[in-house]
Design a protein around this ligand. Structure first.
Ligand code: SF4
Length: 366
């Protein structure tokens, strides 16, 4: 979701990077005790250096919720992450994004209107006995409205580290699972559970019955929304083959948002936290080609000069929307806070937050 970013005054853009860094540090001191800056692993280094906490989206939202003091939570990430932080935050806490254009295109591929219609069509087509038998599961990379839709129907959120466990739970609860928005995380997790490919169906937006016959839908146990992450879709099986040809002892690790053709030929796959952990615990001299966002891969290269770490693809794989958050917008936001003005606040409507929290709590209980 791309919101309207208020205009940042021209004078900010005449500042040098050094001046911006100095002023951000000053504002952080002024707001000490009232401010918490969270930074996602995919954020570039010039933002990362100001983080109080770093992590993946859910880890950050949960850690922020456990710290009750700060009134201002600045989330250097994308819109759905700030929404999750707001859902889990205390009532006195305000969550903000440095730049409102920092959205997630994949999360935007599943709107609550389109998902509700698909859900209704599936039930009306008689592919399940009743609505409860079709269990919705949403990846945490989704809007608060989608999380609320899932919470209302007794479904669950999942992350890239627990998607298999959540799918197992959902399959035990109902006849079929409807998984959104990421087709690839859904397929990779279902295949890892041993579900045959012919029991996995893709629901293509805009097509009658998602482009499937009633028979195909009846046979399927997992229905996948056709969303994708354009960053992770850039990694190809050919990249894996090339690295193996040139560096035979290289280890390939990819994120489960990559296509299953890539995941199947990699040595390992896992969430951002799992990728970081695997590199951290590998011995000096290890060789890695990693299929995830390039800011994280570059950081791992800097942190591990004793290891050979490469981006799996030859061309840059940048989350361009997260990159809308720049030091200049962080400074502008902090200047406003210091002057008593809250800007770029992300606020989830209370009724949506109640239902969305149910789907997040369901995941935590699995
Ligand atoms: S890397 Fe992909 S899934 Fe993650 S925030 Fe960017 S667009 Fe969304």
């Amino acid at each position: 979701m791309s919101l309207q970013q208020p205009e940042i005054e021209a004078e900010y853009f005449s500042l040098s990077e050094r001046e911006i860094f100095i002023r951000i540090a000053e504002r952080k001191k002024e707001l000490a005790g009232r401010l918490l800056i969270l930074c996602h692993h995919y954020q570039q280094e010039n933002m990362f250096r100001f983080a109080d906490l770093v992590g993946d989206s859910l880890k950050l939202a949960r850690e922020a919720a456990a710290i009750h003091g700060p009134e201002f939570i600045v989330f250097c990430g994308v819109h759905f992450m700030a929404e999750s932080a707001d859902i889990l935050a205390r009532s006195h806490q305000k969550v903000m994004l440095p730049h409102l254009h920092a959205g997630c295109p994949m999360a935007d591929m599943a709107t609550v209107g389109a998902v509700s219609m698909a859900y209704r069509d599936l039930v009306q087509a008689g592919i399940v006995q009743n609505e409860e038998a079709l269990v919705p599961v949403t990846y945490v990379n989704s809007s608060a409205a989608i999380k609320a839709f899932v919470g209302e129907r007794g479904g669950s959120v999942c992350t890239s580290s627990n998607a298999e466990r959540v799918l197992e739970w959902a399959l035990a609860k109902g006849e079929k699972v409807f998984f959104f928005p990421d087709e690839h995380l859904g397929r990779n997790s279902a295949l890892a559970l041993g579900i045959p490919a012919d029991q996995i169906c893709v629901w293509r937006r805009g097509e009658l019955l998602g482009g499937n016959s009633v028979e195909q839908l009846r046979r399927a146990r997992i229905l996948l929304w056709d969303g994708y992450c354009e960053v992770h879709m850039r990694f190809l099986p050919d990249h894996v083959r090339r690295w193996r040809l040139h560096v035979p002892d290289i280890k390939i690790m990819v994120h489960p948002e990559c296509a299953s053709e890539v995941v199947q030929v990699a040595d390992h796959y896992g969430s951002t936290e799992a990728i970081i952990a695997a590199v951290n615990k590998s011995p000096a001299g290890s060789k890695w080609a990693i299929g995830t966002e390039m800011n994280l891969v570059s950081r791992l290269q800097r942190q591990h000069p004793d290891k050979e770490i490469h981006l799996l693809a030859a061309s840059p794989c940048l989350c361009t929307t997260m990159d809308c958050n720049q030091p200049v917008s962080l400074l502008w936001l902090l200047d406003n806070l210091a002057a008593g003005r809250v800007v770029n606040q992300i606020k989830v409507a209370p009724d949506v937050a109640v239902q969305a929290r149910k789907s997040l709590e369901q995941m935590l209980s699995i």
